[in-house]
Design a protein around this ligand. Structure first.
Ligand SMILES: *[C@@H]1O[C@H](CO)[C@@H](O)[C@H](O)[C@H]1NC(C)=O
Ligand SMILES: *[C@@H]1O[C@H](CO)[C@@H](O)[C@H](O)[C@H]1NC(C)=O
Ligand SMILES: *[C@@H]1O[C@H](CO)[C@@H](O)[C@H](O)[C@H]1NC(C)=O
Ligand SMILES: *[C@@H]1O[C@H](CO)[C@@H](O)[C@H](O)[C@H]1NC(C)=O
Ligand SMILES: *[C@@H]1O[C@H](CO)[C@@H](O)[C@H](O)[C@H]1NC(C)=O
Ligand SMILES: *[C@@H]1O[C@H](CO)[C@@H](O)[C@H](O)[C@H]1NC(C)=O
Length: 466
C-alpha cells in the first residue's frame, strides 16, 4: 500500500507535467499570500513569486476577491472552481496567453482585470472567455467588468464577447487602436448592455459610427489622449444615454454649434489640455440640454468663449476655466448666481465690467478661495483680485489708454494674417517677374543664335543638294 502511494505521487506529478498544467501548491496558500476573511474573502497574492494558477481556492463561503498583481505568470491556466461571485486581478503579470476557457470554472465571475500585460489581438479569441460546457452549448460567463487596459491590442476579434453577454464596463485604454476596424466594430456592436467604455490613450483619429451605434446603454465614454482633431459627429448615436464624456488631451482645434449636435443627455463634459483650441463658438454647448459640469481648463491657447456658447435654459452648476488664455469672460455667458463651483484662476483677464459683475453675482460660498483669481487693471497695470473688484472696474475699460487686451490680440491676429497674405502676394509677383524675364532672355538668345543655327542646319542639306 505504502509503496503504491509513494510511487503514485510522482506518477500524478508526471501526468500533470505532461499535460502542461502546472499548478501552484495551494495547501498553505494563506501563508504565502495574505488572506482576509470578512464580508468578502480576500486573497492577496500580489508580488508573491507566483508563476502558475493555484490548484485550489482556499475555503470560502462568501464572494471572493483574488489579487495576483506583479507576478510573472506568462500563460494563465484554467482557474480552479468556485461557485461564488469572484473578482480576479491579474495586472502587471507579463501575461502573453490565456488557456481556452480559463474562467470556465468560476462562472459567476464579475470582474477580470488583465491590465498591464502583454496580450495581443491573437491572444484574446472568443474561446478564452467561454463558460462551462452544458448540453451542446457553452454557458455564458457572468462577467460585467473586463479590463484589458495597457496591453498591445490593435483590433478586437469580432466574436470576442460572444460568451460575455452581460458586460457593463470595458476598458481598452492604452492599447494600439489606430482605427476601430470592421472586426472591432462588430465586436463592440454586440455589447448592447455596455455602460462604460474607455478608449483613452490610443491613437484614434476618429470614432467610427458602426463601432458605437449599437451601444444603446452607454453612459460613460473616455476618449482622452487620442488623435481626434474634432469632436466626433458619431457621438450623436449615443445621444439618448451618454452622461459622461471625456475628450481631454486631443488635437481638437474647433468647436461650434455642430460639435455636440445630438449629444443631448451629457451631464459632465471634459475638454481640457486641448492645445490647438483657440475659441469656443456661439451655441457650442447649446445642444447639451442637461450639462451640469464643464471642465474647459488648461487649454493654453483658448482666448475667447462666445457669450452665447451655452444658449438658453442652461443647467450649468460647475464651471472650470482655469489656466486658459482668456482675457475676458462675458457676463452673459451663464447665470453666475446658479453656479456651485467655479475656477477661473490662471488666465490673462483684464479688470472690467464683466469681471466685476461676475464676481458680484457669484455665491459667497463659491468665492471662499482666498487666493482667488486675478485680473490686470489696464489703466494702472496693477494686478487685482477679481472677487474684490468694485464698480470702479467698469471704468478701467472705457477710460483706459489702450483698447482692451482681447481687441489688441484680435488686431494682431488680423495684422498677422494680413502680413502673411501680403508676403505671399509679393513672392508670387516676384516669381512671375523672374519667369517672364527668363523667358524673354531665352527668346532674345535664341534670336541672336538663329543665324548660326541655320548655317549648321542648312549646310549639310546644301551639301547633299550640290
Ligand atoms: C503541498 O504542500 C504541502 C506542504 O505545504 C505538502 O504537504 C503537499 O504534499 C504539497 N502538495 C503537492 C501536490 O505537492
Ligand atoms: C444546463 O442547461 C440546462 C438547459 O439546457 C439548464 O436547465 C441547466 O440549469 C444547465 N445547468 C447548469 C449547471 O447551468
Ligand atoms: C480617462 O482616461 C484618462 C487617460 O488614461 C485618465 O487619465 C482619466 O482619469 C480617465 N477619466 C475618467 C473619468 O475615467
Ligand atoms: C427655454 O424655456 C422657455 C420657458 O420654459 C421656453 O419657452 C423656451 O422654448 C426654452 N428655450 C429653449 C431653447 O429650449
Ligand atoms: C448682455 O445681454 C444684455 C441683454 O441682451 C445686453 O444688454 C448686454 O449688453 C449684454 N452684456 C454684455 C457684457 O455683452
Ligand atoms: C483652481 O485651479 C488652480 C490651478 O489648477 C488650483 O491651483 C486651485 O486650487 C483651484 N482653485 C479652486 C478653488 O479649486
Amino acid at each position: 500500500m505504502h509503496f503504491f502511494a509513494k510511487s503514485l505521487v510522482p506518477l500524478v506529478l508526471l501526468t500533470i507535467v505532461l499535460g502542461e498544467e502546472i499548478y501552484e501548491n495551494s495547501t498553505n496558500i494563506c501563508e504565502r499570500c495574505k488572506c482576509l476573511r470578512g464580508r468578502q474573502f480576500v486573497l492577496d497574492c500580489s508580488d508573491s513569486g507566483i508563476h502558475n494558477t493555484i490548484a485550489e481556492w482556499p475555503e470560502h463561503d462568501t464572494s471572493l476577491v483574488a489579487t495576483f498583481s506583479n507576478n510573472n505568470i506568462g500563460n494563465l491556466e484554467v482557474l480552479p472552481h468556485s461557485d461564488k461571485v469572484t473578482d480576479l486581478i491579474f495586472s502587471h503579470c507579463n501575461i502573453k496567453s490565456l488557456d481556452n476557457g480559463v474562467f470556465k470554472a468560476v462562472r459567476n465571475i464579475q470582474l477580470i482585470d488583465l491590465s498591464y500585460n502583454d496580450l495581443v489581438t491573437e491572444g484574446i479569441s472568443p474561446e478564452k472567455f467561454k463558460g462551462p460546457y452544458n448540453n451542446t452549448v457553452y454557458e455564458p460567463l457572468g462577467l460585467t467588468q473586463l479590463n484589458l487596459a495597457y496591453n498591445r491590442i490593435h483590433s478586437l476579434p469580432h466574436k470576442i464577447f460572444e460568451h460575455l453577454a452581460d458586460l457593463r464596463q470595458l476598458n481598452l485604454e492604452g492599447n494600439q487602436f489606430k482605427v476601430l476596424d470592421p472586426p472591432t466594430q462588430m465586436a463592440l456592436s454586440t455589447l448592447s448592455n455596455l455602460e462604460t467604455l474607455n478608449l483613452a490613450s490610443n491613437q484614434l483619429t476618429e470614432l467610427v459610427g458602426d463601432a458605437v451605434k449599437s451601444l444603446r446603454n452607454l453612459k460613460e465614454l473616455n476618449l482622452s489622449y487620442n488623435n481626434l482633431d474634432a469632436v466626433p459627429e458619431t457621438l450623436s448615436y449615443l445621444g439618448e444615454t451618454l452622461e459622461y464624456l471625456y475628450l481631454d488631451h486631443n488635437p481638437i482645434f474647433e468647436m461650434s454649434d455642430e460639435s455636440f449636435l445630438g449629444v443631448k443627455s451629457v451631464i459632465e463634459l471634459s475638454l481640457t489640455n486641448l492645445p490647438r483650441l483657440t475659441y469656443v463658438n456661439v451655441n457650442t454647448f447649446s445642444p447639451i440640454k442637461n450639462l451640469k459640469v464643464l471642465f474647459l481648463h488648461t487649454n493654453k491657447n483658448l482666448f475667447d468663449i462666445n457669450s452665447q456658447a451655452f444658449g438658453e435654459n442652461q443647467t450649468l452648476e460647475e464651471l472650470y476655466v482655469q489656466d486658459n488664455a482668456l482675457n475676458d469672460l462675458n457676463y452673459n455667458l451663464t447665470k453666475w448666481s446658479n453656479l456651485k463651483l467655479v475656477n477661473m484662476s490662471g488666465n490673462d483677464f483684464f479688470c472690467g465690467c464683466n469681471m466685476y459683475n461676475i464676481a458680484k453675482d457669484l455665491k459667497e460660498d463659491v468665492k471662499r478661495d482666498k487666493d482667488g483669481p486675478v485680473c490686470v487693471n489696464l489703466v494702472s497695470g496693477q494686478s487685482m483680485m477679481i472677487y474684490e473688484l468694485t464698480e470702479e472696474a467698469c471704468e478701467y475699460q472705457t477710460t483706459g489708454p489702450s483698447p482692451p487686451y482681447h481687441l489688441i490680440i484680435h488686431h494682431y491676429r488680423i495684422l498677422r494674417i494680413f502680413t502673411v497674405l501680403v508676403a505671399v502676394a509679393l513672392i508670387v509677383c516676384l516669381l512671375l517677374t523672374i519667369t517672364i524675364l527668363l523667358l524673354r532672355y531665352r527668346k532674345y538668345r535664341m534670336n541672336r543664335s538663329y543665324p548660326f543655327a541655320t548655317q549648321i542646319w542648312y549646310n549639310p542639306i546644301t551639301n547633299t543638294v550640290t
